[in-house]
Write a protein that binds this ligand. Sequence first.
Ligand SMILES: [Zn+2]
Length: 384
Amino acid sequence: MKTDPAFSVSPAHPTGRIAPAVRHGVYWITFCGVLGAGCSEDSPWVETRHARIQGEHGVCAGLETYVDERIEVTADWFELEPGPKIDIYLGQSYVDEQQENYDYPIGGIASRRNGDVTVYARGYNLGHELVHAVRFSNGLVLPSLIDEGVAKLYDGGEFNGNGGGISYRIPEGATLPDDPHTATVGVAATFTGWLHETLPHEDFLRLVNDPDLNREYGAASNWERIEGATGMGKEVLEERWASEAQHYYSEVPRCRPERTHQLEVGEPLQIEDTVSCTDSPTTFGPYALLDDVVTTEQRLHCFPFDVPTSVRITASGPPGSELVFYRADSSCLTSTPRTEETDVKRIELGTTAEFVFGDCTWVGRVRSEPDTVGEVSITMVAIE
Ligand SMILES: [Zn+2]
C-alpha cells in the first residue's frame, strides 16, 4: 500500500479561526506567497536527525531537540525505528492551508504520500501528529480505531494542550463501529487504551504494528485481524470495552524523567536554565498560543506531590519572562474542588512567594517573548 495516500486528521480544536479558502498548487510555497506573514519563500528548512522543520514563526534550537526526542521515544515505545526524515510544518497558517481539503475542522494532520510523511501542526498537537508520522513512516496505516487510539494514548509530550491522553465518557449502549476506520476519537482512544491495559504487551504490539491491519483493506478484513490478534469476537470486545474501559488513558508522562523532581521537606531544589531561541536546546517554539500571542517555552519541569505541600519559591530570570505552575490533567489523587491548593500559581521573576500545591502533578512553565535571552534560576523548598 506504499503508493496509496493515507491521512490522519486530528480532532478539531476551538481556535475560532478558519483559513480563507485559498487555492494552492502542488507546492505549499505558492500558498505562503499569497498569505504572506510569517511564512515566506525565504523560510529555510531546518534539518534535524529525523526531520526537516519549517516554523511559521521560526525554529528554535529546543524545537529541533524536542522533535528528535519525540520521534525517538515514540519509535521506541512501539519498538520501531525512526523512518525517513519527516517534513514538519509548524504553525496555524500551514494547518489552515490544509483545511480546504476537509469539510470538518482539523487541528493538525499527518499524511503519507508515496512513502513521504508530512506533518502540519501547531505546538499543542505536534506530539500527537508525530505519533501518526512515526507509524506512517514505518508503513503502518491502520484504521482510526487503532491508529487514532495509539496516537491519543501516546500523544503526550510537554507542549500538548491537553497533556496527552483523552477523557471520554462511554455512553450507555455505546457500540464499536462496523468499519474500524470510522471510529470517533473518543471510541478509538478508550478502545485502544483498554486493549493496552488488557492484552499482554507483546500481543498489543503485534496488533498495533500489524501492516495488514490497513485502512485500505476494508471493514471485514480489519475486524478479522483485530479479532484474531485479541482472541475475542467483535461482540465480546464491544461488551468488555463498554463495561471495563476507563474514561482516561495516557501512556506518556507530561515530563521526561530527567525533568521530574520529587521535593523533600527542607531540601532546596535548584533549577537553572538558559532562555535563547537561537542557542538553547531547552527553548521550544516559537509558537502561537490560542490567543495568537507568539511565545517560546522552556522544557517543562514536573513536580508530583502525594500530599498537599507548602512550597517556597524564589525565581529570577530575564524581564518579560513568566513562571507559571499548572496541575497536569487528571493527576490529582483526591478530586478537590477548585481551591487555593489546586489553583494555577504564578510567580513574578525576581521575587519569592509561597504556595500550597495540592496532591497532584504540577508542571512548571517558563514562557518568554521569542527574542528573549537570559538565565533563569528557580529555587524551591518544601516547608511542610
Ligand atoms: Zn490523530
